[in-house]
Design a protein around this ligand. Structure first.
Ligand SMILES: [Zn+2]
Ligand SMILES: [Zn+2]
Length: 233
């Protein structure tokens, strides 16, 4: 019998083993919230046993069942039926996505399993793909009221004036350009939002969305946003 790892390069085996024991390498912890970027713009947030997913188009093999799934809009890379993580108790909320059991309007708030959700605008300024009102971003608040942690998931958006009134501790921002902000616009958004931490997303997964997350990090420093950029993929 041949040992199954015999054909794997030692450094790759070390990488896989490290990932297995340390949890996935596409995760970080901020304010007690474990944030995972599964790929593209598919995120999950775990806090005290509650799992929230946003746009679960891509899912890691180890993805846990969801308490709450949020969809930002109806495009194929955001609005998907995520059977793998859906249980009879999963609440599915969306803006314009037909897979959501419950629609949420911009400015509306919801509370699910102790997580506060607020839908905010996400739209294009100079592109036709996401007119105003078509899609949403979300501000998620974990740990309220004692120690609230506010995480902004921007959705498919350009740099929009509404961002100046969004208060968040962390921000997940699209950087891929074409349909959303590019690295420069996203770094300017970070200057406006002033999160302590930022995660770039919506890049290097779909063929025509190429971006360099290290350039996003460099521009965040150059523009003086002062945020800790965590590149998860
Ligand atoms: Zn879109
Ligand atoms: Zn998209």
């Amino acid at each position: 019998m041949i040992f199954p790892y015999a054909t794997i390069e030692p450094q790759i085996l070390l990488y896989l083993t490290w990932g297995y024991f340390c949890g996935s390498m596409n995760s970080t912890v901020f304010g007690g919230v474990k944030i995972t970027l599964h790929g593209h713009a598919s995120l999950s947030f775990e806090y005290r046993g509650v799992a929230v997913y946003v746009d679960p188009y891509v899912l890691s093999p180890m993805a846990k069942p969801a308490d709450l799934i949020l969809h930002t809009h109806s495009h194929f890379d955001h609005c998907v039926r995520a059977e793998k993580i859906t249980t009879p108790n999963t609440v599915v909320i969306g803006h314009g996505c037909s897979h959501a059991c419950r629609q949420i309007e911009i400015g509306e708030k919801a509370s699910v399993s102790g997580v506060l959700v607020e839908a905010v605008h996400a739209y294009n300024i100079s592109k036709p793909f996401h007119p105003k009102g078509f899609g949403a971003g979300y501000v998620l608040t974990f740990g309220a009221p004692q120690s609230p942690v506010r995480i902004y998931v921007a959705g498919d958006t350009d740099l929009i004036p509404e961002m100046s009134s969004i208060k968040c501790d962390a921000a997940c921002l699209p950087i891929g350009g074409k349909y959303t902000m590019d690295v420069t616009e996203a770094a300017r958004a970070a200057s406006l939002l002033k999160p302590k931490m930022a995660i770039p997303m919506h890049y290097n997964y779909i063929a025509d969305l190429k971006a360099d997350p290290n350039e996003f990090r460099r521009l965040c420093m150059e523009f003086g946003s002062g945020c800790d950029v965590r590149i998860l993929l």
